[in-house]
Design a protein around this ligand. Structure first.
Ligand code: GTP
Ligand code: MG
Length: 574
């Protein structure tokens, strides 16, 4: 479930326009075994959305709403010279369009959401199988389509193609400049979150890719669903993050009927597997083959079946997403729900997580390549733990959330108690008024001095615990409590993290770096505050950490200030 797909260049144009037409629908809907299930789910979602507790939408409701939208959507490879109005007029012959937008990834794509699934069915009825000379095609029909312009003349008002908004994060240098223009560290943190978080369109596209994958898996399991989890939905996703998906077969568990009057009942005959793990491996292996051989747009399929959590990894080219598909991974769904809940409780949670994740990535503390680095998930848990340790705490402990749970929240997965409250209105927060600036500084201070050698980070208790094993960094897995989520982290990586926390904490205390420098429109802003913490020169600072330890503090500080000055006055181009 590693990070971003480097080649992804995804740009989106927000559509949001409601196109109403009065055209009749002549085509019947494709029916599948899942149709009623989907309708019921959408109905439930509509209810849940209106039943928002305390102004918070539940993750379940959000997901069901997005799934409904995705199932009414198609993804169309678009030609930049095709007239947009003509395109929409053509589509709206098939039904009302709720929303459409364009983005760029190996060409321009349009996501079109119809008002109903009939619109999609009607459009698909009209779509043709391409005829290609010298090549054979697998006639697997999906909602990924290509638009062909059969007329040669282009409309003169559409020479530049549809407008696409950037959908990847801004380059770090640009972000540093933007942040330096802000008037306070609090504003910098907020601005960073806004620049990095997933947009509405990117989030919809993630659900659409899940829905397209579901259509492939449905060839074997018509009642399955494919759901995103992890940062795509937990509220901490950054533009360009990977798409973690779960193939959910739980809905196929079969009806438990009461003793029928006839005294007879039927059961499906099923193949048996040695264990749940081997059943998951077989399912993913077959689906992987299908995605590889028949899945339009899916490339580089790898079956990673011997991992602790077996998965398929591939790139979905039309969206630019690096995808990981797992099955039978219910604990990860619970972790996603928990992170979402914490993020919803107080806006400072998301702001701090985004900032710390960005800071860590800039300095190579986290990486998209698997290795001995701290993962984004571990880092997020570290931020949550820190927020639980504030006085008064900003977020409650997991044990407290468990105490507040009602009977419907009860969840035990493979012997692990994953119960916690889902009703936001039951959670009483304490009145902590710390600013983002204070929290950021205190975060660095907290981990610069944390007794990692003896203690474990534990968000269930909200208190450090004695380390049960010798791993350099021990973060208790919130639900599988005997596991350490940061088992992979080696001593060197932990040392780098601690050193970076020390340096960052120190920098935030210096008036040269922690006060706004004033910015005049049109001039180059002077780097300050959070922007300073993201400067790449810090990496060099960390690399030279051992050497500097021997230097007196004054020498070290002088060196850091010197490096800051150099960064603020880049050499002029000759
Ligand atoms: P990015 O992909 O880096 O943006 O973050 P992510 O949160 O999506 O992380 P990742 O793709 O590595 O993992 C996806 C999800 O799997 C996480 O959000 C967690 O819910 C879960 N997960 C990942 N690693 C662990 C782990 O070590 N233990 C547990 N319990 N869950 C994990
Ligand atoms: Mg992920």
């Amino acid at each position: 479930m590693a990070s971003s797909f480097a080649v992804c260049r995804c740009q989106v144009r927000g559509g949001g326009r409601l196109l109403r037409t009065s055209l009749k629908l002549h085509t019947s809907l494709h029916t599948s075994a899942g149709t009623n299930v989907v309708a019921a789910r959408e109905e439930r979602a509509r209810k849940d959305v209106t039943d928002e507790k305390d102004g918070h939408k539940s993750l379940y409701a959000l997901q069901a709403e997005r799934q409904g939208q995705a199932e009414r959507s198609v993804l169309i490879s678009y030609h930049s010279r095709i007239n947009e109005k003509k395109f929409l007029k053509y589509l709206s012959k098939h039904g009302d369009i709720n929303k459409y937008y364009f983005y760029e990834s190996y060409g321009i794509y349009a996501v079109v959401e119809f008002g109903s699934r009939e619109g999609v069915a009607s459009l698909l009825e009209e779509a043709a199988i391409p005829s290609v000379n010298h090549e054979a095609m697998v006639p697997f029909k999906s909602r990924l389509l290509s638009l062909r312009n059969l007329c040669s003349a282009d409309s003169p008002n559409q020479q530049s193609g549809p407008q696409c908004q950037p959908q990847t994060t801004v380059p770090i240098n640009q972000l540093i400049q933007t942040l330096s223009k802000e008037g306070s560290i609090d504003q910098q943190v907020t601005s960073l979150t806004e620049a990095y978080q997933l947009t509405e369109e990117n989030s919809r596209l993630r659900f659409l890719v899940c829905s397209l994958l579901k259509d492939i898996a449905a060839a074997y399991f018509p009642e399955c669903t494919v759901r995103p989890f992890g940062s795509s939905v937990n509220g901490f996703g950054k533009l360009g993050c990977d798409l973690d998906m779960i193939l959910d077969l739980d809905g196929i568990s079969g009806r438990k009927t009461k003793m029928p009057r006839s005294g007879l009942s039927l059961e499906y005959q099923l193949k048996r597997a040695n264990s749940e793990r081997s059943a998951t491996q077989s399912i993913l292996s077959v689906i992987g083959e299908c995605v590889d051989q028949f899945g339009p747009g899916c490339v580089g399929v790898q079956k990673i079946l011997n991992a602790r959590c077996p998965l398929l990894r591939f790139a979905h080219q039309p969206s630019g997403f690096q995808c990981d598909l797992t099955a039978n991974n219910r604990v990860a769904i619970k972790s996603t729900e928990l992170l979402y809940l914490y993020g919803e409780l107080d806006p400072r949670v998301r702001h701090l997580v985004f900032t710390v994740r960005c800071w860590a990535r800039t300095h190579g503390i986290t990486s998209s390549i698997p290795g001995a680095w701290i993962s984004n998930f571990s880092l997020t848990v570290m931020v949550l733990f820190f927020l639980q340790r504030r006085s008064p705490p900003i977020i409650p402990t997991l044990d407290h959330l468990k105490d507040l749970a009602g009977p419907a929240d009860k969840s035990v997965i493979e012997g692990n108690d994953c119960t916690f409250v889902s009703d936001f209105s039951k959670i009483q927060l304490e009145s902590n008024t710390e600013t983002l600036e204070q929290l950021l500084h205190e975060f660095f201070e907290f981990y610069a001095t944390f007794p990692f050698s003896k203690m474990s980070i534990n968000i269930r208790k909200g208190k450090e615990q004695n380390k049960p094993e010798v791993a350099p960094l021990h973060i208790q897995n919130p639900f599988e409590i005997s596991l350490n989520v940061s088992k992979n982290v080696n001593a060197t990586q932990l040392e780098r993290f601690v050193a970076l926390c020390q340096e960052s904490s120190w920098l935030l205390q210096q008036s040269e770096t922690s006060t706004p420098r004033g910015y005049k429109e049109g001039s180059t802003p002077t780097t300050w505050g959070l922007a300073t913490l993201l400067l790449p020169s810090q990496v060099a600072g960390i690399k030279g950490r051992k050497k500097r330890r021997l230097e007196p503090a004054s020498v070290r500080i002088k060196g850091l200030l010197e490096s800051l000055k150099n960064n603020q006055n880049p050499p002029k181009k000759s």
